[in-house]
Design a protein around this ligand. Structure first.
Ligand code: SAM
Length: 270
């Protein structure tokens, strides 16, 4: 059991992700922070990489008034379908969503005023190369706004889940792409080494998400990259872990999860 099938993971997680995305205060904070960091002006053309169900794309498109527009790209067909529905329901029509792998971009150079990548960069096969392509796609003076995960990821339910999953399935592949860039200093170095910039700024937030019930802990796992581990388990094992986790959350009166997010914002040299 090896490899992290990101496309299938998010195809399966998409429905739950879409239900939780705009209800979770910390994920809403990520959207708001990234949108602010993009510093959008009327008429801007924005690329949202790993757009998921479209939260950042929608919030950027509302600010890119006039001739402005957003392109949202994601490797998961199912996430893109939810994004299209969300845009239609919101009455926002200056967005185009495309199914596309960030490791294989072929947009023209300097074709965007700003570029967002929220909680997706670590899934690329070659992060230095992908960040170089981000710099290429930006016009001189364009802004790059990245958000990646820190050390606390859906803490504490994620740790409890992984311990149980490995107990019941000892050969589980527990590779976690998001850990590759959990250090803010590492992310900063990747951005600095991939292009020429004028300004760079860093931020970190450990946001707390309140849960309505103990069972929500399991739902957050199902809507996240942890879905990858579920794909490796048989049905009975999943059910057993779900019951154990729900009982553990209830017994310990756990009513919130923590999500640590690192931000790097940089401006391309003119
Ligand atoms: C945690 S979600 C974040 C979604 C969105 N940016 C948000 O803030 O809600 C990660 C997204 O990255 C997408 N993704 C993963 N690898 C990708 C790749 N190589 N190219 C494009 N999208 C990718 C996944 O399909 C998923 O929708």
């Amino acid at each position: 059991m090896t490899g992290f099938d990101v496309q299938r993971t998010y195809d399966l997680a998409s429905k739950t992700y879409n239900e939780l995305r705009d209800l979770s205060s910390s994920l809403v904070t990520v959207t708001d922070t990234i949108t602010r960091n993009l510093d959008i002006s009327s008429g801007d053309r924005i690329l949202d990489v790993g757009c998921g169900t479209g939260s950042v794309s929608l919030s950027a498109a509302r600010l890119a008034t006039g001739a402005g527009s957003v392109v949202g790209v994601d490797i998961s067909q199912s996430m893109v379908e939810f994004a299209r529905i969300n845009a239609r329901n919101a009455g926002v029509d200056n967005i185009e969503f495309i199914v596309c792998d960030m490791d294989e971009f072929n947009f023209p150079a300097e074709s965007f005023d700003s570029l967002a990548c929220a909680l997706a960069l670590f899934f690329s096969r070659d992060m230095p190369e992908v960040i170089s392509s981000f710099w290429r796609l930006l016009r001189p003076g364009g802004r790059l706004a990245l958000a990646t995960l820190g050390r606390n990821i859906l803490h504490p339910v994620s740790g409890a889940f992984l311990d149980l999953a490995q107990l019941y399935t000892p050969d589980l592949d527990v590779s976690a792409p998001w850990n590759k860039v959990e250090d803010l200093s590492h992310l900063r170095r990747l951005v600095e080494e991939a292009g020429t910039y004028e300004r760079i700024s860093l931020d970190h937030q450990d946001a707390v998400m309140n849960l309505e019930s103990a069972k929500d802990g399991w739902e957050y796992l199902m809507g996240s990259g942890f879905r990858n581990y579920i794909m490796q388990l048989d049905k009975d094992t999943v059910e057993r872990i779900r019951r154990d986790i729900n009982e553990w959350m209830e017994r310990n009166a756990i009513r919130h999860l923590t999500l640590g997010v690192n931000y790097v914002t940089a401006v391309k040299s003119t």
